[in-house]
Design a binder for this molecule. Structure first.
Ligand SMILES: O=C(O)c1cccc(C(=O)CC[C@H]2O[C@@H](n3cnc4c(=O)[nH]cnc43)[C@H](O)[C@@H]2O)c1
Length: 237
């Protein structure tokens, strides 16, 4: 099978690469550069950019190139570091999305936030295949729940509380998953999101981010989950 793993930045891409046997070769595409690790299965690792729009554009370019090659992806994985919502997702832990939700795609009203779906268009959530989520959580021991996609990193406890109230199943927030999922959905390719927690969601304290610990957790988690991806039957829901 051929897998596309979209991270935001090269440091996250390289953390995933360290979990995979073999060396990556660079494959240049019109919309970015893949780091391709080929073996019995092929992993194309893509530093797709920060934020949902850039990530969607880069992921769509890779999906289109693979489709035109006649070698489409079986799965797209959005992977990287994230803010963890207390108390479910402590720093250094791994989380798996059973739902990928755009948390700030909508309209603010006097009565509160309205998602675009309540305005009558679009979508705000994508669901990874249930069987895959089960197998990946069993392989890693990570919890599954909603992973939110935001365009603005949460920086206050008020905002963190609002997110928790609106999304009681949320474990973490990051900035790319929904964009990656939108691109995958347009190509009818299933999506998964895995995140390693680098910081708590709440008052901004960039100095307290434990990026190194999160990247190590991402490498360890990806090493455990790769066999689950490879043995997964894409025809199961
Ligand atoms: O400074 C570094 O060495 C470094 C290494 C890897 C990644 C980064 C990033 O800053 C990546 C930005 C990325 O992180 C996600 N993220 C992490 N914490 C949060 C958060 O609390 N809220 C939203 N997003 C978060 C996000 O997906 C960004 O793309 C730096």
């Amino acid at each position: 099978m051929r897998f596309l793993v979209a991270t935001a930045v090269p440091a996250e891409r390289d953390a995933v690469a360290r979990a995979l046997p073999g060396t990556a070769r660079e494959v240049r595409l019109p919309g970015g550069t893949l780091h391709q690790v080929a073996g019995p299965h092929t992993y194309d690792l893509l530093a797709a950019g920060v934020g949902p729009a850039r990530a969607a554009a880069s992921t769509a370019a890779a999906l289109t190139a693979a489709a035109l090659d006649g070698s489409p992806y079986a799965l797209v994985v959005s992977a990287g570091i994230a803010g963890g919502l207390r108390p479910a997702a402590p720093v250094g832990s791994l989380v798996v999305a059973d739902e990928i939700t755009a948390a700030d795609l909508g309209a603010e009203t006097a009565e509160g936030f309205l998602p675009v779906t309540e305005l009558g268009f679009g979508t705000v959530s994508h669901r990874p295949p249930e069987t895959l989520v089960r197998e990946v959580t069993a392989a890693t021991g990570a919890p599954s729940g909603t992973v939110l996609t935001v365009s603005t990193v949460t920086g206050t406890e008020t905002r963190a509380d609002a997110l928790r109230a609106r999304h009681p199943r949320a474990l973490a927030e990051a900035m790319e998953g929904f964009g990656v999922a939108e691109a995958a959905a347009a190509h009818r390719v299933p999506v998964l999101e895995v995140r390693a927690v680098s910081n708590p969601v709440g008052p901004r304290d960039r100095a307290a981010w434990r990026v190194g610990d999160a990247l190590a957790a991402l490498t360890e988690g990806f090493g455990k989950l790769a066999p689950a991806l490879e043995s997964w039957n894409p025809h199961e829901p």
